[in-house]
Design a protein around this ligand. Structure first.
Ligand SMILES: Cc1cc2nc3c(=O)[nH]c(=O)nc-3n(C[C@H](O)[C@H](O)[C@H](O)COP(=O)(O)O)c2cc1C
Length: 224
């Protein structure tokens, strides 16, 4: 496929056939994904390949608390889990909220689940002294995660970066023996997709790119 077509059509795969994703294919996927960039080329990624049913069920259960809050805030017209506006839904409302099954089931139904971890002892987090949530550490792991999805696509598979379970990181660390300095950046189900989406919903360039300063004129295509 042409690169731009790949970029415009690589979707979040959440429904899978019963096809397996064998270790040798997974090896190939990771062997290409490892060329992702990371700060200082530190390559702090670690991947745990999960096929065990009990572990998947535990991961699905650990997805629930964050999924409930996500769904409750969304139903209340909020941007779920953002760090700027405190949630306007209370704990009781969150507890009563039924999260959509698709958020909990992917880890149970995929051919394999990858735990994408990052060793915080090696990653440069240059925003660590700012008074806001850290974002720079993520930049040393999500390009790698995205590369996995691109390589999976090349092999005929699809998956999703999921992060809801990461709100329960200490429990995941305990479950899988992950050291406390290693963060769980994503839980990634992968499998052969039931269908391929080709029309992704995204904002147009002038909706997010502006010239010279915040609030500057939108970057618009030159009239032809
Ligand atoms: C950082 C990040 C976290 C995400 N977390 C979840 C998640 O927890 N569960 C899930 O089903 N999808 C998750 N997604 C997938 C997004 O929902 C998806 O990328 C977005 O809806 C666009 O979907 P599309 O590419 O199919 O259009 C996440 C994506 C990113 C990049």
């Amino acid at each position: 496929m042409e690169l731009y077509d790949v970029m415009r059509t690589t979707f979040s795969g959440r429904e899978y056939t019963s096809d397996a994703l064998p270790d040798d294919t997974l090896y190939r996927i990771l062997d290409h994904a490892r060329f992702a960039p990371s700060g200082g080329n530190r390559q702090g990624w670690k991947v745990i390949v999960v096929r065990d049913r009990a572990t998947r069920e535990a991961l699905s259960k650990l997805t629930e608390p964050a999924a409930k809050r996500y769904a409750a805030q969304q139903a209340n017209g909020e941007n779920p889990w953002n760090t700027i506006d405190p949630p306007r839904v209370d704990a009781t409302t969150i507890e009563r909220t039924q999260p959509p099954a698709r958020l909990l089931e992917t880890v149970l139904k995929s051919a394999v689940v990858l735990l994408i971890c990052v060793d915080l002892k090696v990653v440069a987090s240059t925003d660590q002294e700012l008074k806001r949530v850290g974002v720079i550490s993520g930049a040393s792991i999500y390009p790698f995660a995205w590369n996995i999805l691109l390589a999976a696509r090349q092999e005929g598979y699809a998956g999703t970066i999921t992060t809801l379970a990461c709100s329960q990181e200490p429990k995941i660390q305990l479950l899988l023996g992950i050291p406390s300095h290693v963060a769980v950046a994503a839980v990634m189900p992968l499998g052969r997709p039931v269908k391929s989406l080709t029309k992704l919903k995204r904002k147009a360039v002038p909706d997010f790119a502006m010239l010279e300063r915040w609030g500057g004129a939108p970057l618009a295509p030159k009239p032809s």
